[in-house]
Write a protein that binds this ligand. Sequence first.
Ligand code: CP3
Length: 345
Amino acid sequence: MNPETAESPFIRACRRLPVPHTPVWYMRQAGRSLPEYRAVRADVPMLTACATPDLIVEITMQPVRRYGVDAAIFFSDIVVPLKAIGIDLDIKPGVGPVVAAPVRDAAGAAALRPLEPGDVPYVTEAMRALVKELGPTPLIGFAGAPFTLASYLIEGGPSKNHDHTKAMMYGEPALWHALMERLTDLTVAYLRLQVDAGASAVQLFDSWVGAVAPADYREFVLPYTGRIFAALADLDVPRIHFGVGTGELLGLLGEAGADVVGVDWRVPLDEAARRVGPGKALQGNLDPAILLAPWEAVEGRAADILARGRAAEGHVFNLGHGVLPSTDPAQLARLTDYVHETSAS
Ligand code: CP3
């Protein structure tokens, strides 16, 4: 990592070092809330955009230019590496990832072959270009975590109750573990490739793992998230672990080994710090829906989050989940300035 990037507020906060101001970025900062995003995506399907380096660079840069956030997140999607190894899937507007042949048996799991750098040349190319364009601003690479990827693969699309996923987890544990092993290998390879290409931090999105009870997380998920973070330890980049609805899992998410635990809006950060335990930074956790209310409502909540964030050994300000498409970009611009100014004083 370039030495200036290593000294950036975002990387320093992830490493629990003193910072001049609390760093801030937003999950889904690049996307449908931005008119300039909608303009470049107008005639381009999502997965085509994710495979086009010029577009990846442009969309990744849009929120950095507009808001002056402390980190860029690579424009892509968690299903991109699955598509790259030959899984027939698409991202349907307003729906999300849809898999043509849901994975429900050993043959389906065996079809998940290892990922090689040659499978995602557009990722490597776009990351190299971005690192140059971003200068000292850190670039966050990311991947979906095995549980969340498994849910899309097993259900065949987005799911409220994760019925088939849980049926496999509880009913066919050997098949479950075989599938999770393969997704773990894929995720490790994909994140290492991104760091090789210049990512200065990585975030593992286990968005839907909040559906799992703690004892089941320990048995069916922790072995894999634990292996992923261990396999990245030598890279010397901050590793962030995020999920939604994970209040009861925060201690286990910390145990999995990340440097930073992402917290959704349901648990105040001081309580999250207690649950996660020492030796971790926290990221979060403004309810993204608050940004749909007038600024006066946002300001008080943001102040509260900054205050509670001081209970953590390091704090990266973020939302508790992704930016909602109807968010007014002016709110995020104001919030970014507010976090910078308030935390610096
Ligand atoms: O700005 C960023 O955060 C980077 C880009 C990013 C996208 N997807 C772009 C995207 C990231 C980090 C993701 C990760 C992702 N994808 C997750 C984990 C994060 C989370 O929100 O929990 C998940 C669960 C997915 C799966 C997925 N892909 C969903 C649920 C959707 C939304 C479906 C919809 O249209 O409502 C997608 C599509 C997607 N990924 C879009 C974007 C900008 C919208 C597609 C479009 O603009 O047409």
